[in-house]
Design a binder for this molecule. Structure first.
Ligand code: NDP
Ligand code: 2IT
Length: 453
């Protein structure tokens, strides 16, 4: 069978055997189709049935989460943990709490996580979990009771050498705290079973900042290779959560000017640069809507989502040199990238997971734009999670500078590996190709070493 037919066969059987998982198919198709030159060169992956195996999670756990709201009413949600691949290390990956969560979304995130974690060079397998629970508008007591109930089931499947969850959309330090407390109560074990923990009880310095910082380090590596840098560049950022916030902070450190941010209700354009302190205080500390930014900076512009031009994300209509999508999947489509490009944008660096649609990616590659694909560009978060696991296991605590230095080094290694691999397969500078092949190769070779498992 030709390589094309082999890939096609696996894609078709994935769709047929797991109906309705649109985002998962999108992630699988992107990875599998870019593996073509590797599969041409190395028939062993076909011989060992690697593609058929790698698209099926080793285990997926779906459970009922029942909790009581402040009115004494019973509420019900669905919990998930998809343990996708443990070929190179214990399962590792975040938890997402958002009303849109379903099995297909958790599987897309878990699938991406396999290759991202591999690229970090660290010993971590791929997993993802979460719930369709909506933290918005819930009291602290409701969030706590939900997290505790979620952990009652999750605790049976995780452990410091087994599976180590962390945060993602809707899960930050507060939720990790509630879940950690419940895990300890249930098992009696104080262990590094979650990352993103509080700094007083096993958390790592710089984990909060790591995804955003790492994303900017990755972008800087791309530009440095081309003899350029972020210094003096106008940048647009979407989102205003953990990743977006620390992307904005690091962009200033690099001498760039981030002029936008957004949340699920609208976007801010501040031509003087987004005020990091105000943003942190409104979104991270206050958990308020982004429109509050206008109270502090009345000259900035706020556009609510319902005023976005149809089929576009208004963040991408702002002229910039570099765009940092850092909110959610499929938030940058073909319309958006055409507008960005027309306005002079030359770099898209993905802080979020799968933020660009396949058509937008095709456009970027055709135009030879600089493109930092998510599984490489946002790997700094999970890499620093692994640094937290290392500190926990060795009972050490490293300084902020020590962790940040390691993060910087890891992002450079990911860039170098992705670049080198793109060159090896005849498409120098195509980092999506390089990252997918490099991430896959290490996992696939480990699967072969470990036999029929
Ligand atoms: P947060 O929950 O901290 O922030 C998410 C941000 O995106 C918020 O501003 C939120 O708006 C906005 N948002 C979420 N969903 C939507 C949506 N459907 N439409 C529009 N805006 C939306 O999450 P993170 O910053 O942690 O995660 C952001 C992205 O980065 C995700 O794709 C995540 O998977 C990815 N990522 C996260 C890592 C981490 O370490 N946290 C690591 C690697 C990737 P609002 O405030 O209104 O809810
Ligand atoms: O998508 C991701 O890489 C994360 N949400 C972070 C995972 C982790 O285990 O730190």
């Amino acid at each position: 069978m030709s390589v094309k037919n082999y890939i096609d066969k696996v894609l078709k059987s994935t769709v047929q055997s797991t109906p309705g998982q649109t985002e998962f198919y999108q992630a699988v198709e992107e990875v599998l189709t870019t593996l073509e030159p590797l599969l041409q060169a190395e028939p062993k992956y076909d011989n060992y049935n690697i593609l058929e195996r790698i698209v099926i999670p080793e285990r997926q756990i779906l459970f009922r989460v029942v909790w009581m709201d402040d009115q004494g009413k019973i509420q019900t949600n669905i919990g998930y943990r998809v343990q996708f691949n443990s070929a190179i290390g214990p399962y590792k990956g975040g938890l997402r709490f958002h009303p849109s969560v379903n099995l297909g979304i958790i599987k897309f995130l878990g699938f991406e996580q396999i290759f991202k974690n591999s690229l970090t060079g660290l010993a971590i397998g791929g997993a993802k979990g979460g719930s369709n629970f909506d933290p918005k508008g819930k009291s602290e007591g409701e969030i706590m009771r939900f997290c505790q109930s979620f952990m009652v089931e999750l605790s049976k499947h995780i452990g410091e050498t087994r599976d180590v969850p962390a945060g993602d959309i809707g899960v930050g330090g507060r939720e990790i705290g509630f879940m950690f407390g419940e895990y300890k109560r249930l098992t009696g074990s104080f262990e590094g079973v979650l990352t993103g923990k509080g700094l007083n009880w096993g958390g790592s310095l710089a984990r909060t900042e790591a995804t955003g910082f790492g994303s900017v380090y990755f972008a800087e590596n791309i530009l440095n290779k081309a003899g350029d840098s972020l210094k003096g560049k106008t940048c647009t950022v979407s989102g205003s959560g953990n990743v977006a916030l620390y992307t904005i902070q690091k962009l200033y450190d690099m001498g760039a000017l981030p002029v936008t941010c957004s949340d699920s209700k609208g976007m801010i354009y501040d031509e003087n640069g987004i005020d990091f302190k105000s943003l942190k205080s409104i979104k991270e500390i206050g958990r308020k809507d982004l429109s509050e930014y206008l109270k502090v900076h009345p000259k900035a512009t706020y556009t609510p989502v319902h005023q976005y031009a149809e089929g576009t994300n208004a963040v991408w209509s702002v002229p910039c040199f570099a765009a940092f999508p850092s909110a959610t999947q499929n938030e940058l489509n073909l319309n958006d990238i055409q507008i960005l490009y027309k306005n002079g944008c030359r770099l898209v660096n993905e802080g979020a997971n799968m933020p660009s649609t396949p058509e937008a990616i095709d456009f970027m590659i055709a135009k030879k734009m600089f493109y930092g694909p998510a599984k490489a560009a946002n790997a700094g978060g999970v890499a620093t999670s692994q640094l937290e696991m290392s500190q926990n296991a060795s009972m050490q605590k490293w300084s902020f500078a020590e962790v940040d230095d390691k993060l910087r080094g890891i992002m450079k290694n990911i860039f170098d590996l992705s670049y080198k691999t793109s060159k090896e397969f005849g498409d120098e500078g195509n980092l999506m190709l390089g990252a997918n092949i490099a991430g896959f190769r290490k996992v696939a070779d480990s699967m072969i070493d470990q036999g029929a498992v």
